[in-house]
Write a protein that binds this ligand. Structure first.
Ligand SMILES: Nc1ncnc2c1ncn2[C@@H]1O[C@H](COP(=O)(O)OP(=O)(O)OP(=O)(O)O)[C@@H](O)[C@H]1O
Length: 281
């Protein structure tokens, strides 16, 4: 690992979608600069359509970068070919919002988890023991392996999606609203799982969310996006407690963040509720 570089460095990034027949494209990201260190969770907040998912997609090589650069561990990744991208898939993974559409319904959980492992060239027996490890890591029972996604709740499906993302021990996971489709008590448990995984493995998260409360609890730093630009970046507590940019203040007014002490209490209460109401979620 390169110790002087952040794990991910985005510089002056521009993403423009070109509509067919039109010369001028739709500039969705405009001059984005952002860094993520190893083991760091950086939240990305902003209103719907501001470009959050597009930034995640650009890191994954799925959005048209028209200027600027993205480097991972000191190496440019914004113009990789298919083979380079495939190799990078071991290092950069994604968890999407909707656990109902992100898992192949016709595959067993065991096959869903084994797929990336076998694709990386591991033998069947090794893949099988890795699948068991992964299920344990996300607190799912070993017999989940032979079942299908439809047999699980939303929270459990998101655990499966997280396990799949962890399969090749990535160093960065793009979390694109991973809690938004879950009810409140399940959110708290999946958030605790993500925090625990980060503490154990040192993986970094780009955590896309519209929920400032969740971001404050999850993230070390926050970047605020407004119409394709980052208007404010800073420590999560700082940005959520005393935002500098008028847009961030507006966001805060729309979703006020509680006093940290009250918030910690509320979080404990949510976890406790989750345990009693829905122990298997
Ligand atoms: N494939 C595409 N082609 C053209 N325009 C796109 C494409 N994908 C996204 N956009 C446009 O890019 C802008 C930003 O979308 P994006 O999904 O990144 O926003 P977002 O902040 O993640 O929103 P949300 O919170 O609703 O998910 C929107 O105006 C959207 O219409």
């Amino acid at each position: 690992m390169n110790t002087t570089e952040p794990l991910l460095r985005i510089e002056d990034l521009v993403v423009t979608y070109r509509a067919s027949g039109r010369r001028a494209g739709n500039r969705v990201l405009d001059g984005i600069s952002l860094q993520i260190g190893a083991g760091e969770c950086v939240g990305l907040v902003g209103e719907s359509g501001s470009g959050k998912s597009t930034l995640g997609r650009a890191v994954l090589g799925l959005a048209p970068v028209t200027a600027g650069s993205i480097s991972f561990d000191g190496r440019r990744i914004d113009a990789l070919g298919r083979r380079g991208r495939r190799a990078l898939a071991a290092d950069i993974q994604v968890v999407f919002q909707d656990p109902y559409t992100s898992l192949n319904p016709s595959m067993s959980v065991g096959d869903i988890l084994a797929e990336p492992i076998r694709a990386a060239g591991l033998k069947r027996v090794h893949a099988a023991s890795r699948v068991r490890e992964l299920l344990e890591q996300v607190d799912l029972p070993a017999d989940a392996e032979s079942r299908f996604p439809r047999q699980f709740s939303g929270g459990q499906r998101q655990r499966i999606a997280i396990a799949r993302a962890l399969a090749l021990e990535p160093r960065l996971i793009i979390c694109d609203e991973p809690l938004s489709a879950l009810d409140l008590s399940t959110q708290a448990r999946v958030m605790d799982l993500l925090i625990g995984i980060q503490e154990r493995t040192g993986v970094s998260y780009l955590f896309i969310s519209h929920d400032l409360q969740v971001v404050r609890e999850m993230c070390h730093r926050v970047a605020v996006m407004f119409r394709g630009r980052l208007v404010e970046t800073g420590e999560a507590d700082q940005v959520t407690a005393s935002p500098e940019h008028p847009y961030t203040r507006q966001l805060m007014l729309a979703a006020p963040v509680a006093d940290p002490v009250v918030q910690a209490e509320r979080r404990r209460e949510r976890s406790r509720l989750a345990q009693t109401v829905n122990p298997a979620a």
